[in-house]
Design a binder for this molecule. Structure first.
Ligand code: 5GP
Length: 211
């Protein structure tokens, strides 16, 4: 039987909801199971980040050229910077039957759902708005102004939460990681991800159809 395509998962969530931490722990717990797509961005490189690890850092011209060449699966603007998912890498892995996770914001997530209706959309949130604010303040890395801006973006993003398939409430990190893992694994059982299996059984059963 031919290998089924991999499951494409899109993980979004408010800034400070802990989606990056969930991803890190998921990849540590299941290093051979999941592949995280690395996006291209025009934003500046933060301290500790490396080109090709967190992002492929691009100039505006390079990013626009990638758009013109049709290299993105989706792209969007967030807080004044452009972010895009390289198409070739994602499609190659999915065709090889590997599971791919995109950690992207809401506009891009909805573009992906449109292109891949069978993808799994997960939205990460803390248990309350107050908890979100506390986490952003607790990081101690952002000014009050930046925190206010992030919260205002979150408020706008929250209007699209109900477009997602599942909500991951990141209260207990280990539980949230396990939930993401289980949801992706369960996705493999859906008929949409068993097309080859279905067609094989149909072919095998044809021999009995004339009796
Ligand atoms: P940051 O600048 O904090 O790394 O990311 C800002 C936002 O952009 C986050 O919500 C992150 O998930 C999102 N993001 C990262 N890569 C992509 C991408 O390729 N496409 C889209 N649409 N959003 C992205």
């Amino acid at each position: 039987m031919n290998k089924e395509k991999g499951v494409l998962t899109v993980l979004s969530g408010f800034s400070g909801a802990g989606k990056g931490t969930i991803m890190k722990h998921l990849l540590l717990a299941h290093p051979d199971t999941y592949n995280l797509s690395i996006s291209a961005t025009t934003r500046y490189k933060r301290e500790g980040e490396e080109d090709g690890r967190e992002y492929f850092f691009k100039t505006r011209n390079e990013f626009d050229e990638m758009i013109a060449q049709g290299e993105f699966l989706e792209y969007a603007t967030f807080n004044g910077n452009s972010y895009g998912t390289p198409k070739a890498y994602v499609e190659k892995l999915l065709n090889e039957g590997k599971d791919v996770i995109l950690e992207i914001e809401v506009q891009g997530a909805l573009q992906v759902k449109h292109l891949y209706p069978d993808c799994l959309l997960l939205f990460v949130t803390p248990p309350s708005a107050e908890a979100l604010k506390e986490r952003l303040v607790g990081r101690g890395t952002e000014s009050e102004e930046v925190i206010a801006e992030r919260l205002s973006i979150s408020s706008r993003e929250s209007s699209l939460m109900d477009k997602y398939d599942y909500l991951i409430i990141n209260d207990d990190l280990d539980e949230a990681v396990e939930e993401v893992h289980e949801l992706i694994q369960r996705e493999h059982l859906r008929t949409a991800h068993r097309k080859n299996m279905i067609s094989d059984i149909q072919t095998q059963l044809k021999q009995f159809s004339d009796i």
